[in-house]
Design a protein around this ligand. Structure first.
Ligand code: PMP
Length: 406
């Protein structure tokens, strides 16, 4: 299929919105993506024609909702090439997925004197749950350093690994800088040291082909809302053997087999980790987003985004005083930058006046910003529906911001 961003844009109603009298230029896709009409329609259809609770009833609608919910699990399992749908747990998002693993797997695998490794590039969601675990268990947190380009120091990582390492948790693509991390190598080395690995794929599933079995990831986490799906739903993938060995994360309905006051027994996978009524509509609608991505083709999306990344980086770099933050050799579609002597917030506010949505600040990566000695960045993050014209608008907006603020 020929990739046609203009045609794709027509699938996203919100792209017609005007902001401050200007047509919206949405470049805040790493925070959340917009939703195609078929995803919105699927949500309306669910509540108009299919709504019922799952796994509980014998009636027609309950059966229908349950089938759609479980079919969605299958579709998403295929998308990341999981061995079985039962290895996918529906959660609220990446944050909950990581907390689930830190709390449950951490409980049985980490003890006093053990170590957990994260990287300096992590989102707070992939730092704080591990800190809480380490505090609880008397374990320590080790950090893989980054170089000035925003790449992980793999040699330093190798030296951090030891028999004390129980868990390594790193992202596949950095939300702040766009760095693509060598996760296959990271996983291989962790396994050699006897540790398990959680990959934070929040920024990877929508930009690259993810194959959890080829990666040999033990756990893989991502959020629906960053991949053209709804908010409130995400996935934790875990190898069956590991998930089976873990205690429940939350107690309630659906996660039990039998309940008595003397002894309660737990349900099998994946239900053991899905206590209470899940986000049924979110789960069903997420599979619609996955089908949409598959139809367009992740390679086509990645190719288009790479073109815009290169175009935007080169155009912006011509601006006097423009400083790119993060120029890893392997990068996904994030342009994080600063203008000399100008606070990122001010640049963002001027861009907003011209209808351009970018994110400014720490991007939930405060340690990383400290590492670079900066108060944050302006971040333009690109999705499949962005165009060269929009990148030109960004460049013009940045030139204008510079003139107004310096
Ligand atoms: N990790 C990364 C790399 C992210 O970009 C994000 C979202 N910005 C998260 C984790 C947290 O995702 P969520 O808020 O959807 O749980």
């Amino acid at each position: 299929m020929m990739f046609d961003a203009e045609k794709i844009r027509k699938d996203f109603p919100i792209l017609d919105v005007h902001v401050n009298g200007k047509r919206l230029v949405y470049l805040d896709n790493a925070a959340t993506t917009q939703k195609p009409k078929r995803v919105i329609d699927a949500l309306v259809k669910y509540y108009s024609e299919e709504n019922s609770n799952v796994h509980r009833g014998v009636h027609f609608l309950s059966d229908k909702a349950t089938t759609l919910y479980e079919n969605s699990r299958k579709t998403i399992a295929e998308f990341i090439n999981a061995g079985k749908p039962e290895e996918l747990i529906f959660v609220r998002g990446t944050t909950e997925a990581i907390n689930l693993v830190a709390s449950s797997y951490g409980e049985v695998s980490v003890g006093t004197g053990d170590e957990v490794i994260v990287s300096h590039l992590e989102h707070h969601s992939n730092i704080v749950p591990w800190q809480i675990l380490c505090e609880r268990k008397g374990a320590s947190l080790k950090v893989i350093p980054v170089n000035d380009s925003g790449e992980l120091d793999i040699e330093a990582y190798r030296k951090l690994l030891s028999s004390r390492t129980k868990i390594v948790a790193v992202n596949q693509i950095s939300n702040s800088l766009g760095t693509v991390n060598p996760v296959r190598e990271i996983i291989r080395q962790a396994h050699d040291a006897g540790a398990v690995v959680l990959i934070d794929g929040a920024q990877a599933v929508q930009h690259s082909n993810v194959d959890v079995r080829e990666l040999d990831a033990d756990f893989y986490a991502f959020s629906g809302h960053k991949m053209y799906g709804p908010t409130g739903i995400g996935i934790l993938y875990g190898k069956e053997k590991l998930l089976d060995s873990m205690p429940p994360y939350q107690g309630g309905g659906d996660m039990i087999k039998n309940v008595s006051f003397e002894k309660t027994t737990y349900n099998e996978l994946p239900y053991k980790f899905e206590a209470g009524t899940p986000d049924i509509s979110g789960a069903i609608v997420l599979s619609e987003a996955v089908k949409y991505i598959k139809e367009i083709g992740i390679e086509n999306i990645a190719g288009h985004e790479r073109e815009l990344l290169e175009y935007g980086t080169s155009k912006l770099s011509e601006i006097d005083g423009f400083r790119l933050v993060g120029n890893a050799k392997e990068k996904a579609s994030v342009i994080s930058f600063l203008l000399d002597g100008i606070h990122p917030y001010d640049t963002g506010a001027i861009l907003d006046k011209t209808g351009i949505a970018v994110r400014t600040g720490l991007h939930c990566t405060e340690p990383l910003m400290k590492r670079f000695g900066i108060p944050g960045t302006v971040r333009a993050s690109i999705a499949m529906y962005n165009t060269k014209e929009e990148i030109d608008a960004l460049v013009n907006g940045v030139i204008k911001a510079k003139k107004m603020l310096s």
